[in-house]
Design a protein around this ligand. Structure first.
Ligand SMILES: Nc1ncnc2c1ncn2[C@@H]1O[C@H](COP(=O)(O)OP(=O)(O)OP(=O)(O)O)[C@@H](O)[C@H]1O
Ligand SMILES: [Mg+2]
Length: 340
């Protein structure tokens, strides 16, 4: 089975073509056109600019993906598109229209994928060995990205239950906004973690809601306390600010996730989304997991599968096809629901 997948929900135009046979896969092409340069000057993604860039980039990315795959278009079996689970509506529409057009021309069905679920299921792709990982359900997923932060109980490929969520900013957004305060550019996560490596965790930033009885998060107060710290300490050490901020975020994320693991007793724990690329997050999660009695398997996605990409959409579509969740282009509407 060959699936062509499209991802355009935010600032990446991405298309992948993957061939599956049972638990093995071959990535025939994986093309991504990033808009980081365009949005960098604004310290974050500008929605209208993102839509315009998708219009410009979509056909060249498609052309390259098809050429790189070296297959004939008629061998594509399904078109997968992110059309649920949030994103910028203008960006999403460009991808949805492209998917419908390809589906119409090739006369192939469409698989609609939820962007946030795709972030979680990306971890099933072992791109080093070209195999689908045998990850046992139920799974607890910490899904931490630029627009969302959830703790999710996943009972099956198509059965997701949110058990905790941020009540304000997403954790990735907090990284981006703190980087903006420090004039470090966009996206903030990778830059902050680079500075954090050379810093010390000596600033006592707060951990909002860490002791709340539920599994929810809050990052807006932490962000504000960084702002006040910078205002009140004009000679601040940038490395120490980054290190202490990163430590606070990772402490909150891992503490609440381990609490969920203790309560729900899953077989596996995964992390997902752009923030899951954070080395300190992975380190602290492993450390805390080793300190509890339950023995569960911990997985994190390959680096290229952490931030937005079309491979995560592809593998999610592959699982949905097994459950016959396929559609005709005539039934596809643009869906802007911000839910999992
Ligand atoms: N090493 C890192 N440490 C922390 N955060 C990181 C790291 N790398 C990337 N990020 C953050 O991940 C986010 C981007 O992730 P992703 O592409 O999954 O989010 P998004 O697609 O913009 O949002 P969503 O998926 O919620 O719609 C950015 O906020 C970025 O700062
Ligand atoms: Mg995303």
């Amino acid at each position: 089975m060959i699936i062509l997948s499209i991802e355009t929900t935010c600032d990446d135009t991405a298309i992948a073509i993957v061939k599956y046979s049972n638990n093995n896969f071959k990535i025939l092409s994986n093309v991504l056109s990033s808009q980081i340069k365009e949005h960098n000057a604004f310290g974050g993604v500008v929605p209208e600019l993102a839509s315009r860039c998708h219009i410009q980039n979509s056909i060249p990315v498609l052309d390259k993906a098809l050429k790189n795959s070296k297959i004939s278009q008629k061998n594509i079996d399904y078109i997968a598109i992110t059309n649920k689970g949030g994103g910028l509506i203008g960006s999403q529409i460009v991808g949805v229209e492209m998917a419908k057009t390809i589906s119409f021309i090739l006369n192939k069905n469409i698989v609609q994928v939820n962007h946030i679920r795709a972030h979680s299921l990306a971890v099933f792709m072992d791109t080093e060995n070209n195999r689908i990982r045998d990850i046992k359900f139920p799974i607890i997923s910490l899904t931490a990205s630029g627009g969302h932060t959830f703790i999710v109980l996943i009972k099956d490929f198509d059965n997701f239950k949110v058990i905790g969520r941020t009540i304000d900013d997403a954790s990735g957004e907090a990284f981006d906004k703190v980087a903006k305060m420090l004039n470090l550019g966009y996206p903030g996560g990778p830059i902050i973690s680079k500075y954090a490596k050379k810093g010390k965790n000596i600033i006592d930033f707060p951990r909002p809601m860490i002791n709340s009885s539920n599994f929810d998060f809050s990052f807006s107060g932490l962000k504000t306390s960084v702002l006040y710290y910078l205002r009140d300490n004009k000679n601040y050490n940038i490395e120490n600010v980054c290190c202490s901020f990163q430590e606070a975020v990772c402490d909150i994320l891992t503490y609440k996730t381990i609490k969920a693991v203790k309560k729900y007793k899953p077989k596996s724990l995964i992390i997902a989304g752009g923030v899951s690329a954070n080395i300190r997050l992975k380190e602290l999660m492993k450390e805390r997991l080793n300190n509890i009695e339950q023995k569960i398997c911990f997985y994190h996605p390959d680096k290229l599968l952490t931030t937005d990409n079309a491979l995560m959409v592809n593998i999610n579509a592959y699982f949905l096809i097994q459950n016959k969740k396929i559609d005709n282009w005539k039934n596809i509407k643009s869906n802007s629901l911000r839910s999992i």
